[in-house]
Design a protein around this ligand. Structure first.
Ligand SMILES: Cc1cc2nc3c(=O)[nH]c(=O)nc-3n(C[C@H](O)[C@H](O)[C@H](O)COP(=O)(O)OP(=O)(O)OC[C@H]3O[C@@H](n4cnc5c(N)ncnc54)[C@H](O)[C@@H]3O)c2cc1C
Length: 465
C-alpha cells in the first residue's frame, strides 16, 4: 500500500475534500500534515483561528494530524525519508508566493522521486479556467458571473471518512508544543471563543442556522448590521473548514431571489481569487496605475482614531469596535469604514488592508485585497473614486434604530434615535442630559464630512487631468 502525505493548508476539513477522496479511491495510507511556517504572515486573529481549527481537524482525523513548525521543503523531505512516502497530495492555493513555493516543492520532490498530485478544492472553479472568450482575465464582476458561474451545478464527493487509513505517528507532544508555543495567542483572543467555534463542526452548524434562519430575507437583510441575516461563514470558508461547493450546493433546490443573491456573494469570493491569480500585484499595488500618483495623507492620529473606533461618527466607531471585539465586521459596515478611511481621511488603503489583516478572523489575501481596492476605487471593477459614502446617511438607512451602534458604542445608548447617527448635532446641554459630554465620554467628529468629501474629489480631479 502506498503511503501518502496529505498536506493540509487552506482546506482544514475531511468532508468533501478532493485530496481525501483521492486517497480513499486509490487506497492510500494517509499521513496528514500541517506545516506551520513562521515566516508566513498571518494576522493575530487568524492565528487564533488557525490554532483552534487545527485542534478540531486533529479530532476529525482521530488524532493523527502532525503539526510541524518549519520550512515546508525541508519538513516534507524529512517526513518522506522517515515514513517511506511515495507521494504528496494537496489542494492548490492561488497567491503568487504560494504558487511559487508549491512549484519549488514540486521540483524538489521530483528530484527525490516523490510524486506530487494537486487538486482544486478551495474554490468553485480553478481560476486558470475562468478566462474570457478571448483568453484574457475578467476585470468586471457581472460578465465574470454570467459567463462562468450562472448555470453551474455542484456534485459533492461521496465517501465514508471512517474508511480513511492512517500512517500512525506519535504526535501529541509535538502538536501541543507547536499549537501552544509557536502559534501564540494573546489574552484578548479568549473572548473570541464566546463568539466562534472554529472547525468543521462549527462550520456545519453555521450553515444549518443560516439556511433555516438567515437566508429568507437575505436580499434586504444582508445590508442590515443590526440584524442577523448573513451566514457568518467567512472564517470557516477562509480556512476551508467547509467546502465551498457544499455551501453552493445547499442552495440547489431553493429557487428564491435570496438564494441567488447569496450565491452571487460566494462568487464575489471567486472573483477576488480570479483577480489575485491573474493580477498577483493586487495585494500591494493599485490595479489602476493612475492612483500611484495620488496624494494620500499621512495622519497617524486619524489612523489611530479609526483603528480604535474613536472618530466621532457612531457607525464607523461601532464597526471598528465590532472588529476589535469579535474579529469580524458586517460587510455593509466594512464598506462604510473603508470609504471613510480612504476618502474622508485620505489615508492609503494599504493601512486599512493591514489593520483588517491583523484583526479579522476571516482575513483572506484575495477578498481583503480586492475589497480594499474596490472600496478605494483603485481596483479592477471598483466603485468609482468619486462615489463617496456618507457614513451618517448610511447609518440612518441601514441601522435605522441605532441598535448596532448602541451595541458597540454603549456610551451613546441614551441618545434618541434621531441623533444617534450624529450626536454632535445636539447642543452640549442636551447631550449632558443623555449622559454624554463630547470630547470626554465620546469624541467630537475628527473631520468634517463635507469638507473632506470636497478635498477628496479635488485630489481625484487633479489625478484625472
Ligand atoms: C474592505 C473590505 C475587506 C474585506 N475583507 C474580507 C476578508 O479579508 N475576508 C473575507 O472573507 N471577506 C472580506 N470582505 C468581504 C465581506 O465583507 C465578507 O466576506 C462578509 O462580510 C463575511 O460575512 P458573512 O460570512 O456573514 O457573509 P455572507 O453575506 O453570508 O456571504 C457568504 C460568503 O460569501 C463570501 N463573500 C460575501 N461577500 C463577499 C465579498 N464582497 N467579497 C468576497 N467574498 C464575499 C464570503 O466567503 C462569505 O462568507 C471584505 C469586504 C470589504 C468591504
Amino acid at each position: 500500500m502506498v503511503n501518502s502525505i496529505v498536506w493540509f493548508r487552506n482546506d482544514l476539513r475531511i468532508t468533501d475534500n478532493a485530496v481525501i477522496n483521492y486517497c480513499l479511491e486509490n487506497k492510500r495510507k494517509v499521513l496528514p500534515v500541517y506545516i506551520h511556517y513562521p515566516s508566513t504572515s498571518l494576522g493575530s486573529a487568524s492565528k487564533w483561528w488557525l490554532k483552534h481549527s487545527l485542534i478540531s481537524l486533529n479530532k476529525s482525523l482521530k488524532g493523527n494530524l502532525i503539526v510541524i513548525e518549519g520550512n515546508p521543503n525541508k519538513t516534507l523531505l524529512d517526513l518522506v525519508n522517515k515514513n517511506g512516502i511515495k507521494e504528496i497530495l494537496w489542494n492548490e492555493r492561488y497567491s503568487k508566493n504560494d504558487v511559487n513555493q508549491d512549484n519549488e516543492i514540486i521540483n524538489l520532490l521530483k528530484n527525490n522521486n516523490v510524486r506530487c498530485i494537486t487538486f482544486h478544492s478551495c474554490l468553485l472553479k480553478n481560476p486558470q479556467n475562468t478566462l474570457k472568450k478571448d483568453a484574457t482575465p475578467f476585470r468586471v464582476y457581472t460578465p465574470f458571473y454570467k459567463q462562468q458561474y450562472q448555470d453551474m451545478a455542484y456534485e459533492l464527493f461521496d465517501y465514508n471518512t471512517e474508511e480513511i487509513d492512517y500512517v500512525h505517528c506519535n504526535n501529541n507532544e509535538q502538536n501541543s508544543k507547536i499549537l501552544d508555543v509557536a502559534i501564540k495567542t494573546e489574552k484578548w483572543h479568549e473572548k473570541l471563543l464566546d463568539q466562534w467555534s472554529p472547525g468543521e463542526v462549527g462550520a456545519q452548524e453555521k450553515l444549518k442556522v443560516f439556511l433555516s434562519h438567515g437566508l429568507k430575507g437575505y436580499t434586504e437583510g444582508r445590508n442590515r448590521p443590526d440584524k442577523q441575516h448573513t451566514s457568518m461563514l467567512s472564517p470557516h470558508i477562509r480556512f476551508g473548514e467547509i467546502s465551498i461547493r457544499e455551501v453552493a450546493k445547499s442552495l440547489e433546490n431553493i429557487n428564491t431571489e435570496d438564494a441567488e443573491i447569496f450565491y452571487k456573494e460566494l462568487v464575489w469570493r471567486e472573483f477576488s481569487y480570479h483577480l489575485l491569480y491573474h493580477f498577483p500585484h493586487l495585494v500591494d499595488t493599485n490595479l489602476q496605475k493612475k492612483f500611484d500618483n495620488f496624494k494620500w495623507l499621512d495622519n497617524q492620529d486619524h489612523l489611530k482614531s479609526w483603528q480604535k473606533g474613536m472618530t466621532g461618527y457612531p457607525i464607523i466607531d461601532a464597526g471598528m469596535r465590532q472588529l476589535y471585539e469579535t474579529g469580524y465586521m458586517h460587510n455593509r459596515v466594512r464598506m462604510i469604514v473603508g470609504s471613510f478611511l480612504v476618502k474622508n481621511l485620505m489615508i492609503h488603503w494599504k493601512y486599512g488592508q493591514e489593520w483588517f489583516w491583523d484583526t479579522l478572523v476571516d482575513a483572506d489575501i484575495a477578498s481583503n485585497s480586492a475589497s480594499w481596492q474596490w472600496v478605494a476605487g483603485t481596483g479592477a471593477d471598483a466603485a468609482p473614486y468619486f462615489r463617496i459614502f456618507n457614513p451618517v446617511t448610511q447609518s440612518k438607512k441601514f441601522d435605522p434604530n441605532g441598535d448596532y451602534i448602541k451595541k458597540y458604542v454603549p456610551e451613546l445608548k441614551n441618545i434618541p434615535i434621531k441623533y444617534i447617527h450624529l450626536p454632535s448635532e445636539l447642543d452640549a446641554k442636551s447631550l449632558r442630559s443623555y449622559g454624554v459630554e463630547l470630547g470626554n465620554d465620546y469624541p467630537k467628529p475628527i473631520v468634517d464630512l463635507s469638507i473632506t468629501r470636497e478635498r477628496a474629489l479635488d485630489a481625484f480631479k487633479k489625478l484625472s487631468k
